[in-house]
Design a protein around this ligand. Structure first.
Ligand code: HEC
Length: 127
């Protein structure tokens, strides 16, 4: 009896061990820095009513999924960070093709510098 139990136990251990080895390695959830976390909150409170961060999901404005990649080449001479900052501070400077110029101009006043930097840092994580 004891021997049978031991075999069962060994079998279970083997199954678990093999299962672990065959399982695809889980993609770790990217961890956000404290600044990016603040930016995510700012985004949820001020931007998410118009912008999704899911691919191709248009609310009022374009989805910001992958915006960190697009931002690099939107305006010649502007790097991603500058483009994103300008999009928030002066949204009329560049209007995304196919969209109306509906983004509020009020964020430069209603958000603090810290919040704006944070939301830009968060957008830069949307690759
Ligand atoms: C009332 C709706 C609305 C809100 C709220 C809003 N936006 Fe927008 N946003 C738009 C629209 C519409 C566009 C596309 C037209 C344009 O470029 O101005 C846009 C464009 C953008 C772009 C350019 C995207 C690209 O692909 O180049 C960025 C970046 C952006 N918004 C960021 C933000 C952030 C950050 C906030 C919150 C602080 C925000 N928006 C809040 C409507 C909104």
């Amino acid at each position: 009896m004891q021997g049978k139990l031991l075999i069962l136990w060994a079998w279970a251990v083997l199954l678990v061990a093999c299962g672990g080895a065959v399982e695809p390695t889980a993609v770790p959830t990217p961890t956000l820095t404290a600044q990016e976390m603040l930016g995510k909150t700012v985004f949820q409170q001020n931007c998410a009513s118009c912008h999704s961060n899911v691919a191709d999901q248009i609310i009022v404005g374009p989805s910001l999924f992958g915006v960190a990649q697009r931002a690099v080449s939107r305006v010649p001479g502007q790097d991603a960070q500058t483009y994103l900052l300008t999009s928030i501070m002066r949204p009329n400077d560049y209007v995304v093709a196919g969209f109306d110029n509906l983004m509020p101009e009020s964020f430069a006043k209603s958000l603090t510098g810290e919040e704006i930097d944070a939301v830009v840092a968060y957008l830069l994580t949307l690759k």
